[in-house]
Design a protein around this ligand. Structure first.
Ligand SMILES: Cc1cc2nc3c(=O)[nH]c(=O)nc-3n(C[C@H](O)[C@H](O)[C@H](O)COP(=O)(O)OP(=O)(O)OC[C@H]3O[C@@H](n4cnc5c(N)ncnc54)[C@H](O)[C@@H]3O)c2cc1C
Length: 462
């Protein structure tokens, strides 16, 4: 039995400390990625901020490693720590909406909520909150704030940017059990929420965003709300190749005001450009749509062939992207951020590199394929993912994917991209590319907040 078992039961109750081998194995990795599992000693499921704090105080006293887990959807594995001894702290019981405040247009919620739960709760009152484009029913608020570049890539990120633009404050339990509010409570203890980041002191929030969970366990967050758009529409334009779809998307992102709420390129050969349009009225949506279509046509875009078009119609509201079959596709994901100017060469080099690796390992047309999804982030940058899809029933396909994925991460770093970390291995590679000054600063902050180094040990190579 794990040495902390009894004490943890006292903190969270019998049913919330789990050590049966089948549950441990199910929690030890995401099944959709090719990375090896970790070997935790047990799982603890706290149900309140105070319980999280007590668990961390105990782990800190006994110097026992903790890995925080939200929905477990990371596609780059978990850091490998202390087999049999490390404890998974699972946040899913922290799943309450604490306050929807229509006067201030904010929502305060616990960080173990699934993004779909948050979306539905505010949606029922006519509001919209930025969540994620795809795995909305699998990922938690805390997982997205921690594990993705820019604290989340929301569906409307092409127009509005990454998640960190919409978070106003957080409550975080530090590795030694202290509880810190990044806005209110730090800058003004008499206020429940912070309404302007950095308004009355340094903006500490940024430290915890996209940190991979190394500085603390996020337990609450306050997010901006907006009204659901009265009219929403979308469409596709079909191009000859990536060169022309890229030209169109580049032009679209320079328009002011931006006519789209979301826009991306994907599909075989990157020939499909998808756009979503929001508006206060049908007239406004039609006007925006005309501007988008005009630019697409100028660059050679047109209607997709009929068989493709019917499949595409199902994608306009994003539902099919969020289906289990899409989310749980087995893949080695290489995702990165680059400048818009640098992007075409990077993407070309990376996809050619992947194709050559697949050929070299003998999997061309035989269990491995590559697919890209490209989304601008406002007018300045691009988020792109290039996935090696693998067929787990083909012998050696999973191992080959892992080898190729690792090599592609290295290549992307060499070309100057920022990797989207998700967690484990990609964070390790990203950390390897930090300058020594940057790494030393992060190490110093880690030592300050987590002197016994118990939380997500090894992430970023720390
Ligand atoms: C198919 C697919 C599509 C995706 N598409 C999108 C997308 O459209 N937009 C987007 O934003 N993301 C997307 N993601 C990425 C996903 O949102 C991230 O991997 C996210 O981190 C997963 O959240 P999770 O709750 O499953 O966290 P986990 O996988 O459990 O954890 C991820 C990291 O966050 C840490 N962590 C988790 N919870 C907390 C907490 N409460 N406090 C501190 N640290 C914590 C963990 O220790 C770990 O380092 C996609 C993932 C998949 C599999």
């Amino acid at each position: 039995m794990h040495p902390l078992h009894g004490d943890l039961v006292t903190i969270v109750g019998e049913g919330n400390v789990i050590d049966d081998p089948s549950t441990l194995s199910a929690y030890s990795q995401s099944i959709w990625n090719p990375f090896p599992p970790i070997s935790p000693g047990l799982i603890v499921r706290p149900g309140s901020t105070n319980e999280v704090a007590e668990v961390l105080k105990l782990a800190n006293r006994s110097k026992n490693p903790i890995v925080t887990r939200g929905g477990g959807a990371s596609l780059s594995g978990y850091p490998q720590t202390d087999p049999g001894r490390s404890i998974i702290l699972e946040t899913r019981r922290l799943n309450r909406v604490l306050e929807i405040d229509p006067a201030n247009m904010v929502v305060r919620a616990e960080c173990g909520m699934l993004m779909s739960e948050l979306e539905e709760a505010v949606g029922a009152q006519g509001f919209f909150v930025h969540t994620v484009s795809v795995p909305v029913r699998y990922v938690t608020l805390g997982g997205v704030l921690s594990g993705v570049s820019g604290s989340g890539l929301p569906p409307k990120g092409a127009r509005d940017g990454t998640g960190l633009h919409f978070i106003m404050g957080m409550k975080v339990v530090l590795p030694d059990g202290r509880i810190i509010n990044t806005g209110a409570g730090g800058s003004n203890v008499n206020s429940k929420a912070d309404f302007m980041r950095g308004g009355s002191g340094p903006d500490l929030l940024g430290l915890f965003m996209g940190d991979g969970g190394i500085f603390g366990v996020k337990v609450e967050a306050t997010l901006e709300l907006s009204h659901k758009p009265p009219v929403r529409s979308g469409g596709f334009s079909y191009f000859n190749d990536l060169d022309s779809s890229w030209k169109a998307i580049s032009k679209l992102t320079l328009l002011e005001p931006l006519p789209f709420s979301d826009v991306s390129i994907y599909g075989p050969g990157c020939r499909l450009l998808f756009y979503g349009v929001d508006g206060a009225s049908q007239e406004e949506v039609d006007l925006h749509t005309k501007r988008i279509e005009k630019i697409c046509q100028e660059e050679g875009g047109g209607a997709a062939p009929e068989d493709i078009q019917s499949k595409l119609n199902a994608r306009i509201d994003g539902t099919s992207l969020r289906e289990e079959s899409f989310v749980k596709r087995t893949r080695g994901l290489v995702s990165f951020i680059s400048g818009k100017k640098e992007f075409p060469l990077i993407h070309k080099t990376l996809t050619e590199f992947l194709a050559a690796e697949i050929r070299r390992l003998g999997f061309e047309g035989n269990g491995l394929s590559v697919v890209s999804a490209i989304t601008p982030k406002k007018s300045h940058s691009v988020y792109a993912s290039v996935s090696v899809l693998f067929d787990p029933s083909k012998e050696g396909a999973k191992a080959a994917t892992l080898e190729i994925q690792k090599a592609a991460f290295k290549k992307a770093v060499e070309m100057g991209c920022s990797l989207e970390p998700h967690g484990g291995y990609a964070a390790l590679m990203a950390g390897d590319a930090w300058s020594s000054e940057f790494k030393d600063t992060i190490k110093g902050m880690k030592a300050l907040l987590d002197p016994n180094n118990i939380l997500n040990v090894g992430l970023w190579g720390l």
